[in-house]
Design a protein. Structure first.
Length: 240
């Protein structure tokens, strides 16, 4: 209820008011408003003892321009990450636009939808070239319970196109909650502890081979990113 009301207030009052303010970039102002709203919502969830949140190496979040990627084990991953990033263009599912209030927020903040095809790649690279940051969930949707979904090559392709580093964020949730296919009211018997571990940057040019097509580089880089997540997540599960 609080999240829904917050989206309504943000879409119908706060963002329209901000658009009246003289500014060279209304999208960045809107993204800042979204960040503060999600930060407040995260604080509210912790105040009610619904969740606990821990960040590791959060100082790496200040890098820019950069592509942040993250695994997607639960429903509120994007809330936790966008609530911490002062600026981030985000690639969201096209289905998000079916909600009239979220559609307004997505439009005002200039977020990109995942149905853009080749144009999405160029738009994302252009924003990175202008000094902005990008948040991508390579799985495209929430992870299957206890595992990772198939990684799409979009993040790797954007990184190779823009020559911007990738910073993976490895996210774990214990006990698991808000999983794919799970009802929002089916909660564990204790607060879920979210841990977000920000990794070292991965430099895309290290994967470029002038004698091989860029599509192969994107495939190899995507496979490496997935191996990194598999390794980190298996380590976290072995030593929680």
């Amino acid at each position: 209820m609080v999240f829904g009301l917050g989206a309504v207030v943000l879409a119908t009052i706060i963002l329209p008011m901000l658009s009246l303010w003289p500014s060279r970039d209304h999208e960045l102002r809107a993204q800042r408003a979204v960040q503060l709203s999600l930060c407040l919502f995260t604080w509210f969830m912790q105040l009610l003892c619904l969740i606990r949140v821990s960040w590791k190496h959060a100082d790496r979040l200040t890098a820019h321009p950069v592509i942040f990627i993250a695994n997607h084990p639960s429903l509120i991953d994007v809330v936790l990450i966008l609530g911490r990033l002062r600026q981030a263009d985000c690639i969201v599912k096209h289905a998000t636009l079916t909600n009239p209030f979220l559609r307004l927020v997505v439009g005002k903040a200039g977020y990109l939808t995942n149905d853009g095809g080749a144009n999405l790649l160029h738009c994302a690279a252009h924003r990175l070239h202008s000094g902005r940051c990008l948040l991508v969930f390579p799985e495209g949707t929430r992870s299957p319970a206890g595992s990772l979904g198939r990684f799409r090559r979009g993040a790797a392709r954007v990184a190779l196109e823009s020559n911007c580093p990738i910073i993976p964020i490895v996210l774990t949730c214990e006990p698991p909650t808000l999983l794919r296919g799970q009802k929002w009211h089916d909660v564990p018997d204790r607060p879920a502890h979210y841990t977000l571990d920000v990794q070292q940057p991965i430099i895309p040019r290290d994967w470029v081979d002038a004698e091989r097509p860029r599509s192969l580089a994107a495939r190899r880089l995507t496979a490496e990113l997935r191996r990194l997540y598999e390794t980190k997540l298996s380590t976290e599960m072995a030593h929680p």
